[in-house]
Write a protein that binds this ligand. Structure first.
Ligand SMILES: Nc1ncnc2c1ncn2[C@@H]1O[C@H](COP(=O)(O)OP(=O)(O)OP(=O)(O)O)[C@@H](O)[C@H]1O
Ligand SMILES: [Mg+2]
Length: 378
């Protein structure tokens, strides 16, 4: 077990800078998840920690020791990849033992270790099977067992579940969470999957073009995204991001913000760094919008209603906005396609972003009893 520290890490491939300058601290025993769009540098960062890539500049410390020049073996990390890459001709036992044999451990110790690992991963009854005789989830557990073979101080996972079907993913997600609880080792996990990130992580690191956009608990990232990028990335369905403009200059703590295709709202946000007419964005989570059916000549048009069994998604057409607005409704859903509706939301639940996409949080503590703003089409 150990903490990991990245200090001013830069990685350039040829002339292309992939990781410009990353500082990050991961605590001992923490479960950290890297998320971000394809190509943003998640795997590169993981490979740098593992020692499979060398940084162009900067240092990596594990357990307080600089490991930048150490080989992967010397760093004490175990890595699990998307493809399990098991040795097909070897049994589960031999696959798990492989890492230990390389380390010239004696036979008794190997047996003891494989049996302990198999028990943790619930593979005891499968030890004599070959990989082809296993399900996807079982194979991935063997790959985890092999990565655990050297009792790594840190376990790294690069999208380990993305080749599995939906129900196996859910099962393996729970297995990995249980494994972390049992081993209490530091784990760094890369995924595209929102639910995996939210459910497994103590701390999520959101990457964008090799930069860290925000680091926080799942709760912090969902409730208080620091930027438009994080707001749009965390949450499914996505937060609705509606173009808006600043009207006049701030009066005390209040700013007048005109939301595209809707009304002007007075909000408790600091906009003194912006000019009159500055372009802004207002973000609204699908579950924070309440709909009210309006007359045929007002409101917004309901384009589609998706029924999911436990809830429904209502899609609205917003003038001046390319994307449809999505609203999460309980079932039975009162709204039907073709109807017109107005939207209401609590002011404290609106996310406001400035021209550069930075979040403007409420200035005062959350006001109590403030009237809901009606965001009806004008
Ligand atoms: N060995 C390499 N040589 C040149 N460019 C590379 C190399 N490895 C990665 N890259 C580039 O670095 C960028 C980041 O790649 P990386 O694999 O870290 O992305 P990622 O976030 O893991 O993406 P994905 O979600 O698709 O796996 C990409 O633009 C990729 O093309
Ligand atoms: Mg990757």
């Amino acid at each position: 077990m150990a903490c990991v520290e990245l200090k001013k890490i830069n990685k350039t491939f040829g002339k292309i800078e992939i990781i410009p300058n990353v500082d990050l601290r991961i605590e001992d025993g923490e479960f950290v998840v890297f998320v971000g769009p394809s190509g943003c540098g998640k795997s590169t960062l993981l490979r740098l920690i593992a020692g499979l890539e060398e940084p162009t500049a900067g240092d990596i410390e594990i357990g307080g020791e600089v490991v930048t020049d150490l080989s992967p073996k010397e760093r004490g990390v175990g890595m699990v990849f998307q493809s399990y890459a098991l040795y097909p001709h070897m049994s589960v036992y031999e696959n798990i033992a492989f890492g230990l044999k390389l380390g010239k451990a004696n036979k008794g110790r190997i047996q003891e270790w494989v049996e302990k690992t198999a028990e943790v991963l619930q593979l005891t009854s499968l030890l004599q099977r070959k990989p082809r005789e296993l399900s996807g989830g079982q194979r991935q557990r063997v790959a985890i067992g092999r990565a655990m073979a050297r009792e790594p101080r840190i376990m790294l996972f690069d999208e380990p579940l993305s080749n599995l079907d939906a129900s196996l993913r859910v099962q393996m997600r729970t297995e990995i969470a249980k494994l972390h609880d049992r081993l209490q080792s530091t784990m760094i996990y890369v995924t595209h999957d929102q639910v995996e990130a939210m459910t497994l992580a103590d701390k999520i690191v959101v990457l964008n073009g090799g930069h860290i956009e925000q680091v926080g608990t799942p709760y912090e990232l969902y409730e208080t995204p620091a930027s438009l990028f994080v707001a749009g990335f965390i949450g499914s369905p996505k937060m609705n991001l509606i173009p808006a403009t600043l009207q006049g200059s701030a009066q005390g703590n209040r700013s007048q913000i005109k939301i595209c295709g809707m009304g002007t709202v007075s909000l408790d946000r600091g906009t003194s760094h912006l000019e009159d007419g500055a372009k802004m964005t207002v973000g609204l989570r699908p579950e924070h919008i309440e709909l009210e059916i309006s007359g045929p000549d007002s409101g917004l048009e309901v384009v589609n209603v998706e029924y999911l069994g436990n809830e429904a998604y209502v899609y609205l057409e917003m003038p001046g906005m390319e994307d449809l607005v999505v609203v999460r409704e309980s079932v039975p859903c009162q709204v039907q396609a073709g109807q017109r509706v107005t939207m209401n939301a609590e002011p404290a639940l609106l996310h406001v972003f400035d021209t550069d996409g930075r979040s403007l949080p409420p200035l005062a503590s959350v006001p109590t009893g403030e009237e809901a703003v009606q965001l009806a089409s004008q």
